[in-house]
Design a protein around this ligand. Sequence first.
Ligand SMILES: Cc1ncc(C[n+]2csc(CCOP(=O)(O)OP(=O)(O)O)c2C)c(N)n1
Ligand code: SF4
Ligand code: SF4
Length: 629
Amino acid sequence: MDINDIIMGKPGEKLFMLGNEAAVRAVIESGISVAATYPGTPSSEIGDILSKVAKDAGIYFEFSVNEKVAMEVAAAASLSGVRSFAFMKHVGLNVASDSFISIPYVTVNGGMVILSADDPSMFSSQNEQDNRHYARLANVPLLEPSNPQEIKDYMKLAFELSEKYNIPIIVRTTTRVSHMRGVVELDECSKKDTANKKGRFEKNPSQYVPVPVNSMRMHKELVEKMADINEFTNNSELNKFYYKNDEVFNFSFNNELGIISSGSSFNYAYDVINDLNLDVPILKLGFTYPFPDDIVLNFIKDLDKVLIAEEVDPIMESEVLRIVGRNNLNVEVKGKLDESLPMTYEYNQDILQNAISTILNLNLPDKKVRTADMELPNRPPTLCPGCPHRSTYYAVKKAIKNLNIDEKDVIFPSDIGCYTLGIESPYKTVDLVLAMGASVGSSCGFSKATNQKIMSFLGDSTFFHSGIPPLINAVHNNHKFVLTVLDNRITAMTGGQPNPGLPLDGMGNEAPQISIEEIAHACGVDFVETVNPEVLKKTVSVYEKAIKHDGVAVVVSRHPCTLIQKRSSKRAKIQIDSKKCVKCNECIGEFACPAIYKNKGEVLIDQSLCVKCAVCVQLCENKAIASRM
Ligand SMILES: Cc1ncc(C[n+]2csc(CCOP(=O)(O)OP(=O)(O)O)c2C)c(N)n1
Ligand code: SF4
Ligand code: SF4
């Protein structure tokens, strides 16, 4: 699909859209003025598309420095009376949570929607948390679309609800829903007068400043507001009944089994029931918090059993158990808690079919379920050929060796980015990862709790995101470690978004570059050196000095990611002279560039992979590797 169709598509037109594309169309149709994010899969495409279309759509868009700032940008815009949108991957909401939880207290004015993209099965995340918990924690309504059309429809409704009740609304997607394609029917785009619209903030401290005297009142008001919204959810058309292939308008069924589901799980449950032509009604919940007790009670009261199909935690299941208990119902609740369905990982049609077959004694052959813990051929991800992170790791390990330090005595706290691939052999430069920025904070802890050398790593985007406060902490508290900022001039892992170190903002405008070195100096670091990791000898010697430094040393290892580095195609080929090669294995065993391989004992370079960075030329002590025309 042409990206311009997202703004140019006419009402009534049907486009085959990615869930994340539908989210962009939703904000354009809703006439928002401000959107902000920090990139993270599975929501990254929303930002990548907005960065291209926002200007034409009259939207201000930014890649904020982190999710908390994105949340605050959107909240301030909403308080100024314009519609705003903050979106992030699930763990991004952890970062934003401190501000997020205060927003429903201070209320919103222009509609404010927060899209949280969860990642069941952790395809690109460090955990599998279920962000539906945040709706409960913050007292915020939550909608769960199951496909791209619903993403657009639900988000549009969310802006209206947000304005009606002066509360932010969470739209929770999962990887499958964000990344699935489906037909989306377009509606009218926002009127031209909302484009580039500026709002006005009207002062009202008793409403916008949650000091205790105000927040006591605000919390009560919020709880009362959620009770009103609960009335709405009980009548919401986002909660639908399906029976025998069709949407139906019955409220109660007296079948042996009924299913309650939401999000992607609904798609799987629906397909199983239709494929097997089963006499099983489904209640699809789209508005899942506040939980629509009345609808659920009506649906389950005459059933023998109800299966709750949801990803990730048994949240709806616990709500249903509460309703069953409170109403003394005689219905058996099946789901994660009684092990009818697995507690972890995303679902699929096979998982749902096995569960339904067992519950109804259908005796269908067990489907061999595809799950994340299946045994698959071992193909570990690896740094690209010519990746600057590899050269940095090689230089760090050389420096440690040159100083006769046992690598077992060096701790490598690391962080989240392409460089986390340093966990693999031969580098093994990743000993601990907690969350973005935690390399620096954990280095502080190791520095006081052990006598080991500490060499930590984080990327340029991660440094700006959350590396700066712990660096100040390190200097102020006299910690001792070497921190490498792997500055590859991009946020590579999430697809190449800009960050404050680049002279470009999220809408492609020129922007002031923020200097990592100046920040490190300003934090009080007295050892700050910059290296080009493709110049090996110099890089190794800087690391030797840094390791000997008594205090916090910052090394900025700067070289563009190979995916954005333009190298002249006229550069000479890098080749190995088999007569000079003594098969020492340094280039394969220690450096491990994927372009270098062994065939029948001979070390060779795969020219289709080699990007001619020439680092291997420098590391071969026998001068067997050289550039040759
Ligand atoms: C709180 C949070 N937000 C977003 C992400 C998604 N994410 C993973 S790594 C990364 C940044 C990577 O950029 P950088 O630190 O520059 O390292 P590079 O990948 O370029 O080597 C992001 C945004 C995340 N894991 N956690
Ligand atoms: S995308 Fe860039 S940073 Fe990531 S592994 Fe490849 S070269 Fe390295
Ligand atoms: S020049 Fe050497 S290190 Fe660089 S990509 Fe080619 S083979 Fe790999």
